[in-house]
Design a protein around this ligand. Structure first.
Ligand code: COD
Length: 298
């Protein structure tokens, strides 16, 4: 398993360049990240969006558009549909969100006839590098599933575990976190955590080691778990954190970025192709690393 997100670049450089379709590509930061990924020979971009705007931005950032294909679709919703179509037709292997709302793009992705569903749940996985933890740390699902039920949580874990497998970690340690490490029937997340952990223990869910409920301190700190007398294969050495809902995951995601000195690479898994869906608050570096992560998975 790689130790740093920068190692993603070396990992994907050995693969062939991936074709990436960007929906509504006329966004300064997205084009900057695409331009960096082109320079590093990671992707060949197809930029779907407002051609005039794409050309203006490309000139400002010194991105040579000879290295990209542009499809002029100024309307954001139509650009999303077109970018999704490129994936369906096999003309691109990665989908990326540009200057379009998450909802518009995801609805194009989820469209029953023309979308990118393959029967699995779609979910968001972020992989963080932070100076305060001894290895890369995954967080899911900060962007897609609002209030996952028990079976959806299993799907979210499976999608994230697949990312770890692709990064050469065959058995990631998963913590299902909440406020406490004991089961409280009034706290549904603790009931879900206990059920999923037992399903893993009984090998109904494989390819990872799951423990929960755990609070975040016990999950990431051996010292904290010892103080709390928690016996666990996961506590203090977790690879992946499953939050109870989108709010918990999103708060953790943004706290890591803005208070924890972290940088993240993130993708949506479970569709016919990995989807790079960064938010406006993410740095250019994070957007670039997310493209590299998607290329490693595609
Ligand atoms: N995986 C697979 N299929 C799904 C998923 C999923 N995660 N979510 C919905 N579907 C399917 C449903 O089964 C249904 O068939 C169809 O898609 C529509 O489902 P709805 O009615 O729940 O979908 P929408 O259009 O109301 O909402 C889907 C969104 C993904 C847009 C919605 O869940 C959402 O708004 N998520 C949060 C996005 C967000 O605001 N993120 C913020 C951080 S960037």
């Amino acid at each position: 398993m790689i130790k740093k997100l920068s190692a993603l670049v070396d990992l994907v450089k050995t693969n062939h360049k991936r074709k990436i379709a960007v929906a509504s590509a006329g966004d300064f930061h997205v084009l900057k990240a695409i331009s960096d990924a082109v320079s590093q020979k990671i992707v060949d971009p197809i930029l779907v969006g407002n051609e005039i705007r794409i050309k203006e931005i490309a000139e400002r950032i010194g991105f040579d558009l000879k290295q990209a294909k542009i499809i002029n679709v100024p309307d954001k919703q139509k650009a999303s549909v077109k970018a999704v179509e490129l994936i369906r037709e096999g003309k691109a292997e990665i989908l990326m969100k540009g200057l379009v709302s998450t909802g518009i793009l995801l609805r194009a992705v989820l469209d029953k006839e023309k979308g990118l569903r393959k029967g699995a749940l779609l979910s968001h996985v972020a992989i963080f590098e932070t100076p305060y933890y001894h290895k890369l740390l995954g967080v899911t699902d900060a962007a897609m599933n609002v209030k996952p039920d028990l079976m959806e949580k299993i799907g979210i874990i499976q999608n994230a575990v697949e990312v770890f497998h692709r990064l050469d970690n065959p058995n990631p340690k998963v913590a299902i976190v909440g406020s406490v490490e004991t089961i409280n029937p009034k706290m549904e997340a603790t009931m879900h955590a206990a059920t999923i952990s037992m399903m893993n223990y009984r090998k109904q869910i494989t390819g990872c080691i799951i423990d929960g409920p755990l609070a975040i301190d016990g999950a990431v700190s051996k010292a904290a778990s010892e103080v709390k007398n928690i016996t666990s294969d996961v506590a203090g050495d977790v690879d992946l954190i499953l939050a109870p809902n989108i709010d918990g995951a999103n708060i953790l995601y943004k706290s890591m970025n803005f208070l924890g000195g972290a940088v993240a690479a993130a993708v949506i898994m479970g569709a016919k192709a990995p989807i790079v869906l960064t938010s406006r608050g993410d740095t250019d570096k994070s957007k670039f690393l997310s493209i590299a992560l998607a290329a490693a998975i595609a």
